[in-house]
Ligand binder design. Structure first.
Ligand code: PNS
Length: 166
């Protein structure tokens, strides 16, 4: 049987424990999981794509079937270029559903052979988002239990040296 490769796409600005939870779950289901960082974000990112990739590499280094990459443009075109059978996305709460459904159906319209698979992170992460992590950190709150250690460190560095992302 051929190997099943899945893409886990996102902005990851920055990676949270919820993302990591989903990566670990995805790695148990798929033969290969490529975490794909979108480089051309609409909004100005806090971290450059290289920084986002580096943090993901640090936290996934022990998971042998996970790799980290970047992509630009249409997700399904990237997925097809990797011969991916699936796109992995996380659904935390009901409020995620509409946006995720829309994205999955648009992607299916564009590339019917690439299936979107939804997984739920552990419920302790169901409230977590990159946006909230940035906000909490910027106002001096602790994000210790919300992000991997490397992200916390990079956030601290970023606050003392806020070079624009990209
Ligand atoms: O972590 P995010 O920001 O929710 O991830 C969104 C992402 C990167 C998966 C989505 O914006 C995306 O796939 N962008 C690439 C452009 C694209 O393919 N758009 C059409 C699908 S809606």
């Amino acid at each position: 049987m051929s190997e099943i490769l899945a893409i886990y796409p996102g902005s990851f600005d920055p990676l949270t424990n919820g993302h990591l939870d989903l990566i670990e779950r995805g790695a148990q289901i798929f033969d290969q999981l490529v975490v794909a960082v979108l480089t051309n974000l609409d909004k100005q990112p806090l971290f450059t794509s290289q920084e986002r990739v580096e943090m993901l590499q640090v936290v996934t280094t022990a998971i042998k079937n996970v790799s980290v990459d970047t992509f630009d443009g249409l997700l399904v075109e990237y997925a097809q270029s990797k011969k991916a059978k699936a796109i992995l996305r996380g659904i935390r709460a009901f409020s995620d559903y509409e946006y995720e459904l829309q994205m999955a159906l648009v992607n299916r319209q564009l590339a019917p052979q690439v299936e979107t698979v939804f997984l739920m992170p552990a419920e302790i992460y169901s409230y977590l988002s990159s946006r909230l992590v940035k906000e909490i950190f910027q106002y001096g709150g602790s994000v210790k239990d919300m992000v991997p250690h490397v992200v916390e460190e990079r956030l601290r560095q970023k606050l003392s040296n806020p070079v624009a992302g990209g």
